[in-house]
Design a protein. Structure first.
Ligand code: COA
Ligand code: ZN
Length: 308
């Protein structure tokens, strides 16, 4: 059966929108436990300005303290050259560069035009010079919460320019959950056709309840790589109305139940998802951790036996 590769982004995309600082030791423990679940990749943290994202100001410490498990890639978000220098020092396995396909969202999030972002990231890629694989996450590919529609040719245009610079992969982000399965199927087919040699990852948010439907549409269109966040935490602090990523455990549970090979120990993952509210101090959106697996049967009430 088809192998599906999951990247959990809870400690980066998930935590960056949380209101109170999560202690470094909790982040390290959570990443170590995720490492034991069988994820292909974990987005550990972000080497952005600590003033912009205070939650991730402990990036170096977290990277230094996690226990790396062979076979798991530890990726980090890198916004600029300074971030790349820090990521090298922390021996990240992959650098995840980020820019938006919408001019307004790029200005809101990164405080520069898309062209300035592109040339900055091109400089980062030149500086890295093949020493570490590079992924580029393109935000708002399926729509911008401020501008509305982002034309597919704009997304493909930036994808092409990064492909020409030799990046290994692209993550196509639905930053504020604006897409639907039909659009996902169309975009997935178009991108795979045009970029057969790139690792393509889909990054969905469940803002409008279509997260899992979008995962399914992508899988059925041949996509095998996904970002998800434990518990369904997450959201971009610079995108109005942003809310959680798709819940990793819900998406993985669904694909596992359908017979896809995810490499993940699902019971262990569900167990971990149940601990997440204790770390963040509030309930989280994921469903499977609340309902349990369909194999967790409930006792039959006594009166039912009497009626048999
Ligand atoms: N690591 C550490 N510090 C950094 C840094 C980095 N990667 N990039 C910039 N800085 C610091 C600078 O040293 C400077 O500090 P100072 O005020 O003490 O001198 C300050 O940040 C501003 O630097 P500047 O070069 O003017 O950058 P900027 O203000 O244009 O910021 C970003 C650019 C992208 C670094 C910043 O806007 C940012 O980190 N935004 C958050 C993006 C993000 O992670 N969004 C959510 C995920 S999509
Ligand atoms: Zn996101």
């Amino acid at each position: 059966m088809t192998r599906i590769y999951f990247n959990d982004v809870v400690t980066r995309d998930g935590f960056q929108i949380e209101p109170s600082f999560i202690p470094t030791a909790d982040k390290v423990r959570l990443i170590d436990e995720l490492s034991q679940c069988g994820f292909a990749k974990l987005e550990v943290t972000s080497f952005t300005s600590p003033k912009a994202i205070p939650m991730l100001r402990d990036a170096e410490e977290v990277m230094g303290k996690i226990q790396r498990v062979p076979g798991v890639e530890y990726t980090v978000l890198v916004p600029n050259l300074r971030g790349a220098e820090r990521a090298f020092e922390s021996r990240a396995d992959e650098f995840n560069l980020v820019m938006s396909t919408s001019e307004t969202h790029n200005l809101a999030n990164l405080r520069m035009t898309r062209e300035k972002s592109f040339s900055g990231l091109a400089e980062v890629i030149k500086y890295v010079d093949g020493r570490t694989p590079i992924n580029v996450s393109l935000s708002t590919c399926f729509g911008c919460p401020m501008e509305g529609e982002v034309p597919e040719n704009v997304v493909e245009g930036f994808a092409e320019r990064f492909a020409d610079l030799g990046v290994r992969g692209l993550t196509i982000c639905d930053t504020t959950g604006m897409t639907n399965p039909k659009q996902v199927a169309q975009m997935s087919a178009a991108l795979q056709k045009r970029f057969p040699n790139l690792q393509l990852t889909m990054h969905f948010h469940n803002t409008r309840g279509m997260g899992l439907a979008n995962v399914l549409a992508a899988v059925q269109s041949g996509i095998t790589r996904f970002d998800g966040s434990l518990g369904g935490l997450g959201g971009c602090p610079y995108a109005p109305g942003a809310s959680g990523n798709i819940s990793s455990e819900d998406a993985i549970y669904m694909l596992d139940a359908m017979g896809y090979e995810t490499g993940i120990n699902v019971p262990r993952l569900i167990h971990l998802a149940r601990e997440l509210p204790l770390i963040v101090g509030h309930p989280v959106p994921g469903q499977i951790a609340k309902a349990g697996s369909t194999c967790d049967l409930h006792p039959t009430p006594d009166y039912v036996d009497e009626l048999r």
